[in-house]
Ligand binder design. Structure first.
Ligand code: BJW
Length: 243
């Protein structure tokens, strides 16, 4: 495996042990919120105050969270790996970035937030993306155009095109190891990545999750348990040349 290309896909399950809720587990974020009320452009058009409040709460929760053993293990792998390493996260938190401050990544590493980032806002007039760590309201003036109400969370909602898709299509044929961590396989196109990687490459595929995902049958290897336990063990196997 040395000098080969690793692609990792992460989902909400990797951040559970950091205290952030998943979307679909019992007690998950969507409880009390119908998806269409908070995660579609139509919902934002209808009730921007409610959508801002939902994301303000999550932005505040993120300030108290810290990377866990799974984020740190991936950061260690990114720091040591001699080949290329692409980390694609569906998560809008910044825990992968914060883990990397402890293990600065090697040169072949790139991180992609395919569903956007909680700590960024986007101007709906200019499409400019702005770092944003505070609350947003319908009255917040946009720093780029000055208009109140112009800013929206920099989040990919249902019906919107996820980010970096063209780049992913280029790297999938070069994949040697595809790891899917903490994602339920409910949401496309991410849930279809394993199928694409298998069709386009000779990659080994492994699912690491608390329980079998909806697409588990597509993986060659499956390991179930809390990410904070199973990811560090798997990373050690990779670094020891056992995968
Ligand atoms: C643990 C653990 C522990 C717990 N350790 N594990 C077919 C093909 C293509 C598209 C579609 C399709 N059918 C329908 C669509 C459209 C739609 C879609 O997928 N809908 C489904 C509901 C059916 N998709 C879209 O609209 C997307 N856009 C799109 O398709 O554009 C057109 C297009 C077509 C073709 C190619 C390319 C583009 C956009 C999707 C946007 C998703 N946005 C959200 C919310 C915004 C972000 C936010 O607010 O945070 O993103 S939805 C939500 O789900 C969030 C997540 O990133 C995403 C995935 O959820 P995830 O991460 O899997 O979380 P959970 O909760 O589902 O699972 C957690 C897992 O962790 C569980 O399995 C647990 O067991 C596990 N776990 N504890 C390890 N300790």
């Amino acid at each position: 495996m040395r000098n080969k290309t690793i692609i990792v896909l992460t989902g909400a399950g990797i951040s559970v042990e950091s205290g952030l809720a998943t979307f679909r587990d019992a007690g998950g974020l969507w409880c009390g919120h119908r998806i269409e009320d908070v995660a579609t452009p139509e919902a934002f058009g209808r009730d921007p105050k409610r959508v801002h409040e939902f994301y303000n709460l999550r932005r505040a929760q993120l300030k108290d969270a810290a990377p866990n053993a799974a984020h740190l293990a991936l950061a260690k792998l990114a720091a040591r790996w001699q080949g290329r390493f692409f980390l694609i996260t569906q998560n809008v938190d910044d825990l992968h970035e914060r883990a990397q401050t402890l293990h600065p990544p090697a040169i072949g590493y790139q991180l992609f937030h395919m569903h956007g980032e909680l700590n960024k806002a986007r101007c709906q007039a200019s499409e400019e993306i702005i770092d944003w760590r505070d609350d947003l309201t319908v009255a917040t003036p946009c720093p780029c155009c000055g208009k109140p109400g112009s800013l929206r969370p920099h989040i990919v909602w249902f019906g919107e095109m996820p980010l970096h898709m063209e780049f992913f299509a280029k790297i999938f044929p070069e994949c040697d190891l595809f790891m899917s961590i903490g994602t339920s396989g409910n949401v496309y196109p991410a849930a279809g990545f394993v199928r694409e990687v298998r069709a386009l490459s000779r990659s080994h595929t492994v699912e690491l999750n608390l329980e079998p995902s909806l697409v588990n049958s597509l993986f060659a290897e499956k390991i179930y348990g809390p990410a904070g336990e199973i990811v560090p063990r798997y990373v050690e196997r990779i670094l020891a040349g056992e995968v």
